[in-house]
Write a protein that binds this ligand. Structure first.
Ligand code: URA
Ligand code: SF4
Length: 236
């Protein structure tokens, strides 16, 4: 890795690059105990390990044949956004637009999801977006239980790598899969859940909101609930 790339990685991780570089070049560490500062080598090793894990996972997914959806897909839809995001949105399955683009939430529902993300002051690029399934079911039929079982370990690994501060389950399938429940969405929305130690909020799927406009007010309430939870965590 060259110096410029390394500095970009360190900056992305919120490390004071000027200080670290100065320290690396001169060995002078003013008013800081050297033992408490991770060495530049350790930091770079961590960043490289994470980049490699993402790479390996993405390659595994793109060649995956663990369920029958591998036969009908154009390509897999891995996930997109900021690998270190605080906010992670988990949708259901790729549709036609996503299958063609190889990107999650790029069709009509995706446009509305982008607006929902912006409504809480975020950008699409600052969050991470993935789906329960990485391949489009033929004719957009509902995903089968065995497909969800075959695929969900990829999402678990994405969550482990992103380490989000909050997860938004987008729609019923994502909510029921992540929370391992059969409760209807109406019971799951409007309250805070936990996925191991990560707070999880369930929101209406934008494809549903496009059909049932009156629910938009509740959708806004759910986003506000998520934002309130997130702001509380941030100040801890
Ligand atoms: N609906 C989803 O749940 N995910 C997508 O990526 C697109 C539409
Ligand atoms: Fe593999 Fe998931 Fe695609 Fe099935 S849906 S082929 S498990 S990536």
């Amino acid at each position: 890795m060259n110096n410029a790339t390394r500095l970009q990685y360190l900056e992305a991780m919120g490390i004071d690059v000027r200080f670290t570089v100065h320290q690396a070049q001169t060995g002078v560490v003013a008013a800081v105990d050297v033992d408490e500062v991770p060495s530049i080598k350790q930091t770079v090793a961590l960043v490289e390990a994470s980049a490699k894990a993402w790479d390996v996972l993405e390659k595994q997914v793109s060649g995956c044949k663990n369920c029958e959806l591998c036969h009908s897909r154009t390509q897999t839809v891995f996930g997109a956004g900021n690998n270190n995001a605080d906010w992670m949105f988990v949708g259901e399955v790729p549709g036609q637009s996503e299958d063609l683009a190889g990107q999650p939430f790029v069709g009509q529902a995706g446009k509305l999801l982008t607006e929902m993300i912006q409504a809480i002051g975020l950008t699409r690029e600052s969050v991470y977006i993935a789906n329960i399934l990485k391949c489009r079911p033929p004719n957009d039929r509902a995903p089968k239980v065995e497909e969800i079982h075959a695929c969900s370990h990829y999402l678990q690994q994405q969550i482990a790598l992103v380490k989000p501060k909050i997860i938004l389950a987008v729609g019923r399938v994502a909510a029921q899969t992540l929370l391992k429940t059969n409760e209807p969405l109406s019971k799951l929305r409007g309250v805070s859940h936990q996925l191991t130690d990560i707070p999880l909020v369930v929101i209406y799927h934008p494809a549903y909101l496009l059909r049932f406009l009156p629910e938009k007010r509740q959708a806004w309430q759910d986003l506000q609930l998520a934002n309130t939870i997130y702001q509380k965590i941030k100040t801890l």
